[in-house]
Design a protein around this ligand. Structure first.
Ligand SMILES: C[S@@+](CC[C@H](N)C(=O)[O-])C[C@H]1O[C@@H](n2cnc3c(N)ncnc32)[C@H](O)[C@@H]1O
Length: 398
């Protein structure tokens, strides 16, 4: 029998210099939502599988004389089942409540937050905003994961509402998995490079779709002598990202507002390492090829491009695909499914790389002891948020 685990409290998050404050009720609300999410995935979700195995699948087989052959057939059949309906509605609701809670918390202190952000950003050459950058359709046409205003909407001058709300709400969906600075992905990449390629010392690093910079910062810390460029189209996110990094004493990142489909301000072969983190599933079939071509143009020969992303559907059972695909239909993530069914080798070939050079790997994040306490001897397996393995794909350019 395993000992009951205490669920982490939102309040364990590190309060960097522009992190929104929270009062007692706000912390309680965020904890309620976090723990409801954990309950839904740990205790309720297995029942969805039972409903599929014992009722929905046999009924489908009776009607069609065969098993469901695609995630779409599974979804269409499951949509009628009340257990799935309940789980799905609750999950959607926790996301909507996360967005409402985060937004209200930020808006009640927005003047103060903007003042703090301005304090770090005033006159800084390491924050380059460009009014002429248009929000591309993949970002502008949908409030991704139910986030009001997506990553880019500004309600007044120097606004950072959407970014601060994103920062404080990440914990609710991930329940500590990302660490106290939500930087587990970037840290995992730094560790993976150190363990597997200790000789690789990139001098110039590009992080694409950096949002609030939480995965660019650990890379900049892992390579303090490198120049890091972090790009995004979203001004509020970049303002917040820059101030956040400065408040943490990280000075080797320049945050630039730019569309990664072109990046014409950078010369060919001018980066040693180009990264993205949880980025591709928010790009469309028209945008992704352009960005891959840009990466090919900007990456030096012998340079590395490495991408943290959820695994592709290829080779997965149709039920697992259906569950992973939930976001596509019920969480305002319309690109999620189409991206995860791509043949990435082919996409890399089409962008001018040699797709056969592509590798897939798991990069392991270190346990954040501030959240989960010390690992006990023999405690090697994955254990609700400890040492999660991040799926990654990449390629050394030859
Ligand atoms: C899912 S978020 C990425 C999250 C972040 N990289 C992380 O570490 O978790 C996607 C980000 O990519 C940005 N984005 C989407 N399309 C872009 C494009 N064409 N050029 C630059 N940024 C883009 C969005 O504004 C958003 O901030």
């Amino acid at each position: 029998m395993t000992a009951a685990k205490t669920l982490p409290s939102w309040d364990v998050l590190t309060k960097h210099g522009v992190f929104p404050e929270a009062n007692h009720d706000e912390v309680a609300r965020l904890n309620f939502l976090t723990h409801l999410n954990v309950h839904l995935s740990a205790s309720i979700l297995p029942g969805v599988k039972t409903a599929f195995d014992t009722q929905v699948k046999p009924e489908f087989e009776k009607e069609h004389g065969r098993e469901p052959e695609s995630r779409h057939e599974v979804r269409n059949a499951m949509l009628k089942h009340p257990y799935f309906q309940t789980w799905s509605a609750l999950r959607r609701n926790t996301m909507e409540m996360r967005q409402q809670a985060g937004r209200a918390q930020v808006l009640r202190q927005i003047e103060n937050l903007v003042e703090k952000v301005d304090g770090y950003n005033q006159g800084a050459e390491s924050l380059i905003l460009d009014d002429s950058v248009q929000i591309p359709n993949n970002v502008g046409s949908v409030d991704i994961h139910c986030q009001p205003g997506c990553y880019y909407t500004e309600y007044f001058e120097n606004d950072v509402t959407v970014a601060a709300s994103y920062d404080l709400g990440l914990f609710v969906t991930t329940a500590g998995l990302l660490g106290t600075l939500s930087d587990g992905g970037g840290k995992a990449v730094g560790n993976w490079l150190q363990d597997n390629h200790p000789e690789f010392m990139p001098k110039r690093i590009l992080d694409i779709g950096c949002t609030i910079g939480h995965n660019a910062v650990p890379l900049a810390q892992a390579f303090p002598d490198a120049e890091v460029i972090a790009v995004d189209v979203a001004r509020p996110s970049l303002r917040y990202a820059h101030a956040r990094a400065k408040s943490m004493g990280v000075n080797n990142i320049t945050f630039i507002q730019a569309n990664a489909e072109t990046l014409s301000q950078f010369e060919d072969q001018s980066f040693d390492l180009i990264t993205t983190a949880m980025f591709w599933h928010e790009t469309s079939h028209s945008v992704m090829p352009n960005i891959l071509k840009t990466i090919n143009r900007l990456l030096k020969t012998d340079g590395l491009t490495l991408h943290l992303e959820q695994p592709q559907y290829h080779g997965m059972g149709v039920y697992e695909q259906f569950i992973r695909d939930w976001d596509t239909y019920f969480n305002n993530e319309p690109y999620w499914g189409p991206m995860h069914e791509l043949d990435l080798k082919q996409s890399l070939n089409d962008a001018g790389f040699n797709g056969d050079d592509m590798f897939e790997t798991g990069v392991v994040s270190s346990v954040d002891e501030k959240i989960f306490g010390k690992r006990e001897a023999g405690d090697a397996g994955e254990d609700y948020g400890r040492a999660p393995v991040w799926n990654a794909f990449g390629l050394w350019k030859r």
